[in-house]
Design a protein around this ligand. Sequence first.
Ligand SMILES: Cc1ncc(COP(=O)(O)O)c(C=O)c1O
Length: 389
Amino acid sequence: MSLPVDIIKSIKNVVGKQKHHLHEPLFFGNEIKYLKKTIATNLVSSVGPFVKKFEDQITKFTRSKYAISVINGTEALHLSLVACGVKNNDEVLVPTITFVGTANAIVYSGAIPHFVDSETETLGIDPLKLEKYLEKITIKKGKFYFNKKTKRRIRAIIPVHVFGNICQIDRILKIAKKYNLLVIEDAAEALGSFSKNKHAGTFGIVGCISFNGNKILTTGGGGAIITNNKLLAKKIKHLSTTAKINHRWEYIHDAVGYNFRMPNLNAALGSAQIENLNKFLRSKKKLFQRYCKEFLKVNEVRLIKNPEFSKSNNWLNTIFIKNSSIKKRNKVLSLAQKTQIFLRPVWKPLHQLKHFRSMPKMNLENAKRIYISCINLPSSSHYFFDEKL
Ligand SMILES: Cc1ncc(COP(=O)(O)O)c(C=O)c1O
């Protein structure tokens, strides 16, 4: 049999023969009840009890001290960069293998994305390559490190936990410390992922989560910033609510803020969803284990696995086709689509997009390989979902 046929057969053996999307939301708890409540009280916008309730549920689950809910994960990243003081002309290190929103957020803040390579195991930033690269391209002035070529300060790094797999965060933190870089974690896909018992997004100064419709839990559209830094949390909350000063009737704003607060309606949905997060995680673990077993039979393919030191939320299951090519990968995608299985490749490396081509970058060989070799499998929570567990 051909590789595409083998892959599709394996997928069907795990999830059945019907139509499959990559990731669908699952609503079975208090969603309608809480949404009705927000409508009954007229509190549908940013003021309302569910915003605070949802933020408390996030801090409890992630064991972070503060959570600020916002309109989406991209703006969570943007606001974090601004609040941390990233400015015009700073460079921010970011993997080229990530969703475009990560790099867009850097540009919104006025800074410049500087693309770095990923490793083919976790799909996160390759720490070995990063360290060698920074040694070569930076010059130290005072406490800070500058790009020798562009003369710009390298100010921050955004490690991304791709598809819920924890990246080599400990090693990246060490490098960031050495080069005096702020660490803003993109944990958009990693709600429910841990490394050594610490939740994704709690390693850096801030972490950003997305609750888009395709994520492990959804608020329709939404995001959150988690942090243990009280001052920063206060600043982020203030900036996200148009920098408005509390007053009983006056509209006074002390900075150019943003209208980024999550509406109560979305928070109500999130609040119901997060009540069942552990059930979603359990069903995803089962699905991952089933895929592992099934793909053992396909020699040309390996499943991306979370490293020993971490516990992934298994948001998206990913196969890596050995000795792949674009043609080989596309044959799989095309045949799958014909049989109503909507698989997706990983993102096109961002440095290859027209508007990012002129940005600084290292050699990005691994990223190119990841792009032509990886395919995401149907990964919704409903496959092995058990309400009673
Ligand atoms: C890695 C990554 N970063 C950032 C984002 C941005 O989140 P959102 O779609 O909520 O803006 C997403 C989500 O789509 C993502 O997957």
